[in-house]
Design a protein around this ligand. Structure first.
Ligand SMILES: O=C(O)CCC(=O)C1=CC=C[C@@H](O)[C@@H]1C(=O)O
Ligand SMILES: [Mg+2]
Length: 314
């Protein structure tokens, strides 16, 4: 049996802020089990575990595997990494659809730099924008510009639970609703999010509610589940969420949390299985200036920090 754990640190193009925490580098772990890889990369502000905790649990799991034991990690990021590295992947997976573009940054700067020249020739079917970060007027002005310049593009908005019910209501009342695909997590609780949907008519998607494993119910205005397998953790829990979405006629959008190119490749495979008709939320790779794999998919282990590398006959 071959078992290895590596740590990576990849610079962001420019520092990104996650729930108030500014990160210059994305740090994570890559696990290899008999030559098959998984990624373990808790996202500060979104994961409950730290990278140090994930590393400690990963090393303990590898030691258990080397003794021939079965492992069931408790931390979500570690569950995802070990599940991917031990999954029986179908050999002939179709490619997933291209991801929809993700816009991130200050509204004024985004308005200036809108790459509409490219987009006007072939506008994306969807485009995602973070909201509840800057002044509401500025965010609404950007949405108005995007809606006017890209009339056939549906906008996905993501508030990361950043508004009170009243703030979300004020914002949604001024949205060009026909062009909004859905709004992810306007408020911190499911009850507030649904109240906003009912008061304003906006369509809703859940993300953090799923990652945190909180309760939710079907609702006519709940349109999609945004599933982030690397944060939800266990692939069987993700599979159960996909089933529940299908049973309630909800769309499934597989999304990333700023993983390395290796993690994005794994998520893209899951998207082609679980949501073959839905553009995934995987447009995060261009924020990283370095890769961990070659163009042919080999992991460049020599550029990573090796934490453990074992070969035994277990
Ligand atoms: O969902 C996507 O399209 C891409 C990923 C993405 O938007 C996010 C990843 C991780 C944390 C957040 O910044 C954000 C999200 O909340 O969905
Ligand atoms: Mg989200």
């Amino acid at each position: 049996m071959q078992l290895a754990l590596y740590r990576y640190s990849l610079p962001f193009l420019q520092p990104l802020v996650f729930k108030g925490e500014r990160l210059a580098n994305r740090e994570g772990l890559l696990v290899s089990i008999n030559g098959q890889w998984g990624e373990i990369a808790p996202l500060p502000g979104f994961s409950t575990e730290t990278l140090a905790e994930a590393e400690a649990e990963s090393l303990a799991c590898l030691a258990a595997l080397s003794r021939g034991e079965k492992v069931s990690p408790a931390l979500q990021s570690v569950q995802f990494g070990f599940d991917c590295a031990q999954r029986s992947w179908p050999s002939n997976l179709p490619a997933s659809l291209p991801p929809y573009p993700l816009l991130q940054g200050a509204p004024a700067a985004l308005i200036q730099s809108l790459p509409t020249a490219d987009w006007q020739a072939s506008p994306p079917s969807r485009l995602k924008l973070k909201v509840a970060r800057y002044a509401m007027e500025e965010e609404l002005a950007l949405i108005e510009q995007l809606a006017a310049r890209l009339p056939t593009t549906k906008l996905i908005l993501d508030a990361n639970g950043g508004w009170t019910r009243q703030e979300a209501q004020r914002f949604c009342e001024r949205l060009p609703l026909k062009q909004i695909d859905y709004l992810e997590e306007p408020c911190a609780t499911f009850a507030d999010t649904i109240a906003v949907a009912e008061a304003t008519g906006v369509a809703i998607a859940l993300d953090e509610t799923l990652t945190r494993g909180e309760e939710w119910n079907y609702h006519p205005q709940l349109k999609a589940l945004v599933i982030k397998p690397s944060l939800v953790g266990s692939l069987s829990i993700c599979g159960a969420l996909v089933q529940r979405a299908r049973a309630g006629n909800l769309r499934v959008v597989i999304s990333s949390s700023f993983e390395s190119d290796l993690g994005l490749g794994l998520l893209s495979r899951l998207a082609s299985v679980w949501a073959p008709d839905e553009p995934p939320g995987l447009d995060t790779g261009h924020w990283l200036t370095e890769r961990v794999t070659t163009a042919t998919g080999e992991v460049m282990t020599e550029s990573l920090h090796c934490l453990s590398n074992m070969e035994n006959s277990a």
